[in-house]
Design a protein around this ligand. Structure first.
Ligand SMILES: *Cc1c(COP(=O)(O)O)cnc(C)c1O
Length: 234
């Protein structure tokens, strides 16, 4: 099988899963954005997916991401930074990526806003830590609405960035009902935040290869798919 045939089959399989769950949930297909989580995948393989119409890529590591941004320019994807953010890297992140998932402190959000020298604002998602895992970043459900509001107000006055919603990377769960129960918490946080503060957040970035159906059932607007799209990483 050529690399192109491989990419076509993989992309088709993931898109079919997304269509099937959207149909079941009576959600429109274009309400869910597919982000290819392309860390550790070769630019040549990723290019095949772009040529087949994949429009969004997510990268975790800054240097690797920037080198791909420089080499994958036609067609130009929308770039998402989905890795952990170090505060001394915010300037490069803000000026190279369109979306930044995984913001979990006011300081990071304000730095992204202030350091963005581009015309368009960088779109930010606040990371939720739904399992209270200390190894992962993110804010707890109880702190999230207040912090989201604070970030939204602060960066609105600075310009350069906009808060759009939440992202989460929950622990892998064994059953569909455990998966949906976890993603439902994120949906709740989004609804609560909008009710309390009226800041009109719309995005939920959640769902990976193993749980995209449950995430979409609970309102994901962006799914980040690595393994099931590109294959195993080295
Ligand atoms: C690697 C990664 C993904 C994709 O994970 P898969 O299980 O390979 O689909 C999604 N989100 C983040 C933040 C990642 O680091």
């Amino acid at each position: 099988m050529s690399q192109q045939q491989y990419a076509r089959a993989k992309l088709h399989a993931v898109r079919s899963r997304i269509s099937k769950i959207c149909l079941e949930q009576r959600r429109s297909l274009n309400s869910v954005k597919l982000i290819g989580a392309s860390k550790k995948q070769s630019p040549d393989l990723i290019r095949e997916f772009l040529n087949l119409g994949l429009e969004d890529l997510g990268e975790n590591y800054l240097q690797e991401g920037i080198s791909k941004i420089e080499s994958l320019i036609e067609p130009t994807p929308t770039w998402h930074f989905i890795g952990q953010i170090q505060s001394n890297k915010t300037k490069l992140i803000a000026n190279n990526f369109d979306w930044v998932h995984g913001v979990d402190r006011l300081k990071i959000a304000t730095r992204l806003a202030k350091q963005n020298t581009r015309e368009q604002s960088v779109k930010i998602l606040l990371q939720l830590n739904l399992d209270d895992e200390h190894s992962k970043g993110g804010v707890s459900q109880s702190q999230a609405p207040e912090l989201a509001n604070q970030i939204a107000q602060e960066i609105e006055s600075i310009g350069g960035a906009e808060l759009r919603g939440f992202m989460t990377i929950p622990k892998a769960r064994n059953t569909y009902s455990e998966q949906t129960a976890t993603f439902a918490k994120a949906r709740n946080v989004l609804e609560l935040t909008n009710q309390q503060f009226g800041i009109g957040l719309t995005e939920l970035s959640m769902g990976m290869s193993g749980d995209l159906e449950a995430a979409i059932a609970e309102g994901a607007t962006m799914v980040r798919i690595g393994t099931d799209l590109f294959g195993p990483r080295d």
